[in-house]
Design a protein around this ligand. Structure first.
Ligand code: GLU
Length: 380
C-alpha cells in the first residue's frame, strides 16, 4: 500500500514555507507584491489558529532594491547586488509586516549566511533564537544575509537555504511555493502534454536530468535546485511539497491534503538534529583517508573509526571539529566529529589503540570518529 500524504500533513506541527521570488515581485506600484503577501498572511493565520508553527524563507530583496532604485536590469557585479539587497531587504520586511499586522501576527527578520550554519555553536544559537520566536507565536522570515555573503560562501539559492533552515528549525515539512503547479515529466512551457507528477515515493536520478532539461521554470534556483532540495529532504526523513503559490488558498489546501502540487515522501526515518547538522549543515575542516578494512568496518559493521585504519590526513583541524572520511577510489564515506586534532592524528595513524598512550601521553578511548558522531554519505 502506498503511503498517504495526510499521514504526514496531519502530523505537521512546524512547517517551513519557501516563497519564490517570482511570487513576490512584479507589483508596478510597490515593487513587492502586496496582493500575494495579503493572501499568504490570511492562510498563515488559519494555520496558526490550528496550532501549526510557520517559518517563511523569502527571496525578493534584490528585486525590491532594484525597484526602489529604479533599475530595470539586474546588475552583475556582486557588490552592486549586495547593495541592492541591503536596500530591498527593508522594503521586503516592511511589506511582510504591513500584511501580517492585519492579522496581528508578528514577524521577525532572520538573516543567515552559509557560514553561520557551518559552525556548530552558531547553528545552535540560531536554533535557540528560532525556538524562542516560535514560543512567542512570531513568524520568522528568513533570507540569506546577501550583504556579507560573497559567491564562494553563498547558499547558492533560497531553495538550498530552505532545506538548511528546515533542518535548523527541526521542522516537519518543507513547502516550496513557486509559480508552477509542481514537478512535471517535462517542461510544461515547451510541451503542453507534460504530466504533473503528484507523488514521489522514491528519488529517481532521472529527475535531476528532467529538471535540468526543463531548464528551470523561473526564479533563481529553477526546478533543478528544487529537485536537489527534495533529494535532501527525502533522505533526511522529512516530506517536501512543491506547489503553485498563485493557486487559490494553496497553503491551506496543501495542509488539508488536497492532491495539488508534488509531494515528496521521506524515504528514511527522520534524522536526529545532530546528524542532520553533520550531513548537511557543517562544512568539513579536512579529510581522513582510511584503508579498506576500516571502510568495511564503517560501512558494513557500523563501527567507529580507529587510528589503525587511518592512512593519511589532508587539512588542519582541532579536536572536536568536523571532518570528511574518504575511502578507496576517493569515495566519500562519512562526515563526523574527530576526537583528535589533525596534528595528533598524524602522530597516531596506523597505531593500535593499545599503543596510543605511549605516543601521545594521555588516556584516550581511541576512537578517531565515534560512530554516534558520524553520518554516512549515501552514494548516488
Ligand atoms: N537572497 C536573494 C534575494 O533576496 C534571493 C536568492 C534566491 O531567490 O534564490 O534577493
Amino acid at each position: 500500500m502506498t503511503p498517504e500524504r495526510s499521514i504526514y500533513l496531519s502530523r505537521a506541527r512546524r512547517i517551513v514555507i519557501k516563497i519564490g521570488s517570482s511570487l513576490l515581485t512584479g507589483d508596478k506600484k510597490h515593487g513587492v507584491k502586496n496582493s500575494f503577501l495579503a493572501r499568504l498572511a490570511g492562510q498563515i493565520n488559519i494555520l496558526k489558529s490550528r496550532g501549526v508553527q510557520c517559518l517563511i524563507v523569502t527571496s525578493g530583496a534584490i528585486s525590491a532594491g532594484m525597484f526602489e532604485l529604479g533599475l530595470k536590469k539586474r546588475p552583475e557585479e556582486m557588490s552592486e547586488l549586495q547593495a541592492l539587497a541591503a536596500v530591498g531587504q527593508s522594503n521586503l520586511m516592511h511589506a511582510y509586516k504591513k500584511n501580517f499586522d492585519r492579522y496581528k501576527i508578528k514577524v521577525a527578520q532572520v538573516l543567515l549566511t552559509r557560514e553561520d550554519l557551518s559552525q556548530r555553536h552558531r547553528y545552535a544559537n540560531a536554533h535557540r533564537t528560532l525556538m524562542k520566536l516560535f514560543q512567542h507565536g512570531i513568524v520568522p522570515v528568513v533570507n540569506e544575509n546577501d550583504t556579507v555573503a560573497v559567491e564562494e560562501i553563498k547558499f547558492g539559492n533560497n531553495d538550498t537555504l530552505g532545506v538548511l533552515v528546515t533542518h535548523l528549525a527541526e521542522a516537519d515539512l518543507l513547502i516550496i511555493l513557486t509559480d508552477t503547479d509542481g514537478f512535471f515529466s517535462e517542461d510544461p512551457r515547451l510541451n503542453p502534454k507534460a504530466k504533473l507528477i503528484s507523488n514521489v515515493f522514491q528519488f529517481d536520478h532521472g529527475f535531476e536530468k528532467m529538471a535540468t532539461r526543463s531548464n528551470s521554470i523561473i526564479g533563481t534556483g529553477g526546478m533543478k535546485s528544487k529537485i536537489l532540495a527534495a533529494k535532501n529532504m527525502m533522505r533526511s526523513g522529512v516530506p517536501m511539497l512543491i506547489a503553485n503559490g498563485t493557486a487559490h488558498n494553496a497553503l491551506r489546501r496543501l495542509l488539508d491534503s488536497e492532491p495539488i502540487g508534488t509531494f515528496f515522501f521521506p524515504t528514511a526515518k527522520k534524522m536526529k538534529s545532530r546528524k542532520r547538522w553533520l550531513a548537511w549543515g557543517g562544512i568539513p575542516k579536512g579529510e581522513i583517508f582510511i584503508d579498506d578494512g576500516a571502510q568495511k568496518a564503517l560501512l558494513e559493521k557500523n563501527k567507529s573509526l580507529l587510528p589503525t585504519g587511518v592512512r593519511k590526513t589532508v587539512g588542519s583541524w582541532h579536536a572536536g571539529e568536523m571532518v570528511k572520511i574518504v575511502g578507496s577510489n576517493h569515495r566519500e564515506i562519512a562526515n563526523g566529529i574527530c576526537n583528535f586534532s589533525a596534528t595528533e592524528l598524524n602522530q597516531i595513524m596506523g597505531l593500535k589503540t593499545s599503543d596510543l598512550f605511549d605516543r601521545i601521553g594521555r588516556e584516550t578511548s581511541g576512537e578517531v570518529v565515534h560512530r554516534d558522531n558520524m553520518v554516512k554519505i549515501e552514494i548516488d
